[in-house]
Design a protein around this ligand. Structure first.
Ligand SMILES: [Mn+2]
Length: 424
């Protein structure tokens, strides 16, 4: 299904007067709004192919109905999303779940929807049917050379698919690790993993980046071979200039100071990309900003400060992606909420008075520092975010329009009530 331009225009016209009132108010209260709007217009967040179906837990999975059944329908869903918000102009594929049958057909479908191909994701955390060796005891870290070789070859195959589609980065997330003390020689596991990553790195095209994503625990519960930012940074430093650390918000132990991690990785020129989500307990894969919006703002505060210090383009300097998938919401509504939360945090971070903050820091004026950050965090910037959408030709209120057009009902009619998206 497609959303027609006139439907968006009608919706925007209905909401236009109320929106303008809010925008006028914030424009009168806050300076520099125009620049913020332009940055928001440019900012795009990639959607992973696996976020379009209802996620699940090891206990169960409940289909929401009308889920995309193949890569074409996943692209169609992200196209709908992008049409509604004009901020989701990229798709991130997972191999082997999303192997295209016809590269040109997939490329032209994505182009029609205004989408580009973001980072490619490899998968060595599951065994596939036709696979010779099992990843039960790890992939790139495995004590058996033949298993490592198979995992390396899979990653190189993922790069090949990405080259065909015009992607320019590979994200490697490993489930490798151990469940029990003594199971693994940590040093050997690290060295095996590094050697395997080197082989994959050697296959990267010139313009490509490799992102090494870390995760504190799960599915392994005693050790993870890329468990934290320090370990990821060790790998990426040893690999070379095309290797970067990727931060997934849900992959930290509770109370980790993610904003500090981001700041230091940026300082080292080793922060490559971001996976947004939110959590209460661990890797909960919840909607970005649904639990800890202040933390999301503080992270963006460091991102903006750190990227500006390096003269980086906010929109293209890092890979931005949502990585969330849970059991209870309509996935498209969930993604719209995530994108909105990210845009709000980004807009607020852009409004921080950097000069005043830096001065207050130099004067050890802790109270002033907090005032400066929290006065921005407590500013309602939703009209600025909506204005950026309006100027891009998107809808003022994507969730409301999505609901009034009964998009999910139409998708269920087209695809069926009990469909399962491929992947998780
Ligand atoms: Mn992730």
């Amino acid at each position: 299904m497609v959303i027609e331009k006139y439907q968006i225009e009608q919706h925007n016209s209905d909401l236009g007067a109320a929106h303008q009132k809010k925008l006028d108010y914030i424009s009168s209260e806050t300076g520099g709004i125009e620049e913020v709007i332009q940055k928001l217009v440019n900012f795009q967040i990639a959607i992973p192919s696996w976020a379009l179906g209802t996620g699940g837990t090891r206990f169960g999975r409940f289909s929401g109905g009308g889920e995309p059944r193949n890569l074409e329908e996943k692209i169609e869903d992200i196209g709908l999303l992008h049409h509604l918000n004009q901020s989701s102009g990229a798709i991130s594929l997972h191999i082997p779940w999303d192997i295209p049958k016809d590269y040109n057909a997939i490329k032209s479908l994505a182009a029609q929807k205004g989408l580009r191909f973001d980072a490619m994701n490899s998968n060595t955390f599951q065994d596939q049917e036709d696979q010779q060796h099992s990843y039960k005891f790890g992939s790139l870290q495995n004590v058996k050379k033949a298993v490592r070789k198979q995992a390396v070859e899979h990653n190189i195959e993922v790069i090949r698919h990405g080259v065909e589609l015009g992607s320019n980065s590979l994200t490697v997330w490993l489930a490798d690790g151990s469940c029990f003390p003594g199971q693994l020689n940590f040093r050997k596991a690290f060295q095996n993993t590094l050697e395997s990553l080197h082989e994959i790195y050697a296959a990267l095209p010139q313009s490509w980046k490799m992102f090494v994503e870390y995760k504190a625990y799960e599915p392994n519960f005693y050790s993870n071979t890329v468990a934290d930012w320090g370990q990821s940074l060790l790998y990426t430093s040893k690999l070379g200039p095309k290797a970067f650390t990727l931060v997934d918000l849900g992959h930290h132990l509770p109370n980790a100071n993610i904003e500090q991690i981001v700041s230091l990785l940026l300082m080292e020129g080793k922060l490559g990309g971001f996976h947004f989500n939110d959590s209460k307990n661990g890797d909960d894969d919840l909607t970005a900003g649904s639990m800890k919006p202040y933390q999301l703002f503080l992270i963006f505060n460091e991102l903006v400060e750190g990227m500006d210090a390096k003269g980086m383009d906010h929109a293209t300097g890092l890979g931005w992606m949502i990585d969330a998938s849970h059991n209870v919401k309509d996935p498209l509504e969930d993604l719209m909420q995530s994108v909105e939360a990210i845009m709000i945090a980004y807009a607020q971070a852009l409004l921080v008075d950097r000069k005043a903050l830096s001065q207050a820091q130099d004067e050890n004026d802790t109270v002033k520092c907090q005032e400066l950050l929290q006065s921005v965090f407590r500013t309602d910037v939703r009209a600025i975010v909506a204005e950026a959408r309006l100027r891009s030709g998107a809808s003022l209120n994507p969730v409301e329009l999505y609901r009034s057009l009964r998009v999910r009902d139409r998708l269920i009619r087209e695809r069926g009530a009990v469909t399962f998206a491929t992947g998780l």
